[in-house]
Write a protein that binds this ligand. Structure first.
Ligand code: ASP
Ligand code: MG
Length: 480
């Protein structure tokens, strides 16, 4: 927190479960009350009420096939869900009536767009965004209303007026310069008047004002963009877990919150970390030197995790950044595909054609290994893509297979990718050895190894049935 005379500014983003029930919103209100005592200026960014975005996506999909019944039911559900919360949160009759009207108005908009989709029989990405952006448009009104009812000077703001993006609907990319201009002209005056803006996460608009969305889970990204453009002193992401954990607590019961995690470590935690924080949310704030905190709406007394810039090795390190391994994750449901043949040695282009064949199936590859003998390339793909990938490889290499330059193309049984993440891995000799010895002692068979080029992670492929044991074994390095 800033101690000088410039006012301190905090951006807080609340996820879908944090605004999922009237009780949760009461908790949010309480958290904001406490936070306000320590910060001069507060900006709120919110997700849609939990489950609403999914319902909107499904409605648009059903609309394409003309399912009018579903649309009518969804409209009713959207109204009931939000009105029920309005009833519980807004005691003042006039305010309540006003808010109910706005919610009904948005629900009507929802039904009209869905009916248009249904008539056309297709939903363009732009039409999809018009539908799925409604969740946050409901929730900002609800949350701002609840905060007003609790006595705060809250005011909802649609991010279409703030976040300018390109026109890649469904996964729009923000223009930070233009966004900064809008933030300066709209948000800063509100803050100077001591208002609390409550902004729709997830949403932006093209330069012509057409609504876009930033991709599923993009509310975190919105908070980061707004935090970076104000610029805020800190950005806090309020969710339903207490930050980034050392491992999945369902696998490792004594898993703990990691107090500090670096930008690169967070990136290596992608699969596992992405459930806690949208991967794109890290860069804008961390590059601007703004600390990002992940904390638990329902356990506000816990510190959660801070995502911070890498420390220079010469700077004083705290115990946490010295830890060799900070987290262990497992990506389940993988199969290793191997392309093997003596005729591959020194032949350029085999790897390119291999991954070209994989890409043609729309599959992304989380792990690749090739030994210097060049006689085989192995990589993992999600299990349910393995057959399609094999088929595509058979096609691409039909000549080589016929000539026996490639002897075999095959997929393994179910595997898991185990990843140990920690900045200490790059400068601590012997860790890999310790990891392998420990896994050996636990009788976990390592099928393949890859080290991320960022050097803050080592990934191992193990059999699916040995996955939990591998995670538990590696987690002991963190505990010790
Ligand atoms: N409501 C959006 C979603 O569910 C964005 C978010 O919650 O971050 O994907
Ligand atoms: Mg999220």
């Amino acid at each position: 927190m800033k101690k000088d005379i410039t006012p301190s500014t905090l951006v807080m983003k609340f996820g879908g479960t944090s605004v999922g029930t009237s009780k949760a919103i009461e908790q949010v209100t309480e958290n904001i009350r406490k936070t306000r005592q320590k910060w001069d200026r507060i900006v709120i960014v919110t997700s849609a009420v939990g489950g609403v975005t999914n319902l909107l996506v499904e409605s648009a999909e059903r609309a394409i096939i003309g399912d009018e019944v579903f649309i009518s039911q969804a409209e009713r559900e959207l109204i009931d869900k939000h009105l029920d919360m309005v009833e519980k949160l807004i005691p003042n009759a006039a305010q309540r009536a006003q808010l109910k009207q706005e919610i009904k108005y948005l629900a009507t908009e929802f039904a009209s767009i869905c009916r248009a989709i249904s008539i056309l029989g297709e939903a363009t990405p732009r039409a999809m965004d018009a539908v799925i952006s409604l969740g946050e448009r409901f929730s900002v009104r609800l949350l701002a209303g609840a905060l007003q009812a609790a006595g705060f000077p809250a005011q909802f703001v649609e991010a279409t007026h703030l976040v300018e993006t390109d026109d890649v609907f469904q996964s729009a990319y923000p223009n930070l310069e233009k966004t900064a201009e809008k933030v300066q002209s709209i948000l800063i005056p509100m803050l100077m008047q001591k208002q609390i803006p409550v902004i729709t996460g997830f949403i932006g608009a093209t330069k012509n004002g057409i609504t876009t969305t930033l991709g599923r889970g993009g509310g975190d990204y919105s908070a980061a963009i707004i935090g970076a453009t104000i610029p805020a002193d800190e950005v806090w992401i309020w969710t339903d877990v207490s930050g980034v954990m050392t491992a999945d607590p369902r696998i490792v019961p004594d898993a703990q919150t990691i107090p500090e995690v670096s930008y690169r470590e967070m990136a290596e935690l992608s699969y596992f970390g992405a459930k806690v924080l949208h991967p794109k949310a890290v860069r804008p704030v961390v590059e601007a030197g703004i600390p990002l905190r992940i904390c638990n709406t329902f356990k506000p007394e816990e510190k959660g995790s801070f995502v911070v810039k890498e420390k220079n090795p010469s700077e004083p390190q705290n115990i946490d950044s010295q830890r060799v391994i900070k987290a262990v994750t497992a990506i389940p449901h993988q199969r290793m595909i191997t392309v093997e043949g003596r005729g591959m040695l020194g032949v350029p282009g085999v790897a390119a054609r291999t991954f070209g064949a994989v890409a043609a199936t729309g599959t992304s590859v989380p792990l690749i290994t090739q030994a210097s003998s060049e006689q085989s390339i192995s990589f993992s793909v999600p299990s349910d893509s393995a057959d399609a990938v094999l088929e595509s490889l058979h096609e691409v290499f039909s000549t080589e297979l016929a000539q026996r330059d490639i002897d075999r193309l095959w997929a393994s049984d179910e595997m898991a990718i185990i990843t140990a993440v920690g900045a200490g891995l790059q400068c601590t000799p012997g860790v890999a050895g310790q990891i392998f010895s420990a896994l050996g002692a636990a009788k976990v068979n390592i099928i393949a190894i890859a080290q991320g080029s960022s050097k803050v992670a080592i990934s191992l492929i193990v059999k699916a049935e040995e996955s939990n044991k591998a995670v538990q074994t590696l987690h002991q390095f963190i505990a010790s």
